[in-house]
Design a protein around this ligand. Structure first.
Ligand code: OGA
Ligand code: ZN
Length: 379
């Protein structure tokens, strides 16, 4: 049986060594990279690198290399240092191989079809609290679909902290935690009215807009106030495939977002594109909120095309083909990736009953790093 962790042969080149493995894969390992990643470089408890890269020269090289069963041993020409690498570790960190892999998105994009598959993204509150596998399932759904509904949560004040804290700490903002989504006189945010809200991302004027939002429904007896959500990545994907020029405009135009509400002794201004991408050209952020858009000041030669693209993208974000519509019941927690899934609601009649949601934010880092932990990802 071929063991990909066994070395067939290795050779010493000018700046790196080449290892040929039993499965015929060839890895390059550069000298400085090897020295930097010597197992002795890391503190045994903190696991942080205590090795100082500046303590060796840039020309460091192996004087001697031995390969015994499970290890590669390098005698360095500097500081009499010897490094012992486990072959499994070396192969698993082979950056020739890592860079040959085609990027695969973790996201499953969805459209209005999710309306019929609501069960798929619904989880029971107590099960997530009590069963580790349900907690992991919740995190995976959040990461992959960007949306879940937690059912049968308690409806007591602040009670969603319990499930949020199964992940980590919350993200604080000037709205407080939780923030009270109710119809109030003199509202400092559109959400605190009985008006309809078009699909939007929250707090787009923060350099780092909150990663996830949890809206916990305590009461919903008023007429109206139904919820909407749309997968901004799915809509952006459609735009990239069908209207590439518009997509490029939204991915490159710096749009001005702002908050200057009367409760704040701060004026928040942020320029950002509406769509941003990752190093792999996957989707990173969708940032869109008609209410929090400042007066746009793009160059006059670009304004017409910008508005055409912005309007078209916004129309898709409200297209029944893409959107889902549902009603939150008391005890539901609507959880979504705030930098992917845009959310909204229809207007409600505050004289017909009560509508009260409590809102929380938590970072994307917290979801992903907890998933990495449960999946025992090695770094
Ligand atoms: C919000 C919001 C939606 C709702 O508070 O950010 O968008 O259903 N609320 O009230
Ligand atoms: Zn909102």
């Amino acid at each position: 049986m071929i063991n990909k962790y066994n070395i067939l042969k290795f050779s010493l080149e000018k700046e790196h060594i080449i290892i040929k493995w039993e499965d015929n894969h060839e890895s390059k390992f550069h000298f400085l990279w090897l020295r930097d990643n010597c197992p002795t470089s890391f503190h045994s408890d903190s696991k942080m690198r205590k090795f100082n890269l500046l303590s060796v020269s840039k020309n460091i090289y192996p004087k001697k290399i031995d390969n015994n069963e499970n290890n590669l041993r390098i005698h360095w020409n500097e500081n009499d240092h010897i490094s012992n690498y486990e072959l499994k570790w070396l192969r698993d960190h082979c950056y020739t191989e890592i860079n040959n892999h085609k990027y695969k998105t973790p996201y499953i994009l969805w459209k209005s079809n999710l309306n019929k598959e609501f069960k798929l993204i619904s989880l029971n509150h107590d099960e997530v609290i009590n069963k580790k596998e349900k907690l992991i399932q919740w995190l995976e759904l959040l990461h992959v679909y960007g949306i879940t509904i937690i059912k049968n949560a308690p409806t007591k004040d602040k009670s969603a902290f319990k499930i949020l804290n199964k992940i980590s700490h919350h993200r604080e903002t000037f709205f407080g935690t939780p923030f009270e989504v109710i119809n109030i006189p003199k509202p400092n945010n559109q959400a605190y009215t009985a008006d309809a809200l078009t699909n939007h991302s929250d707090l787009p004027y923060f350099e780092y807009a909150p990663g996830y939002q949890f809206l916990h429904c305590l009461e919903n007896t008023a007429n109206g106030g139904d919820s909407t959500a749309v997968d901004g990545f799915a809509v952006a994907d459609y735009l990239r495939k069908n209207e590439k020029e518009m997509f490029d405009i939204l991915a490159s135009t710096q749009v001005k977002f702002k908050d200057n509400d009367f409760t704040q002794k701060a004026i928040r201004i942020l320029y950002s594109p509406i769509i941003t991408l990752t190093k792999d050209n996957d989707f990173n952020d969708i940032r869109l909120n008609m209410g929090a858009m400042a007066t746009i000041d793009v160059h006059p030669n670009k304004m017409k095309k910008f508005y055409d693209a912005y309007r078209f993208f916004t129309s898709l974000l409200h297209d029944k083909k893409f959107m889902i519509e549902f009603r939150l019941d008391a005890g539901d927690i609507f959880c979504f990736n705030n930098r992917r899934v845009l959310h909204g609601r229809s207007a409600f009649n505050p004289n017909s009953g009560n509508r009260h949601l409590q809102g929380y934010y938590i970072e994307r880092d917290e979801i992903i790093s907890r998933l990495n932990y449960f999946n025992n990802i090695q770094v």
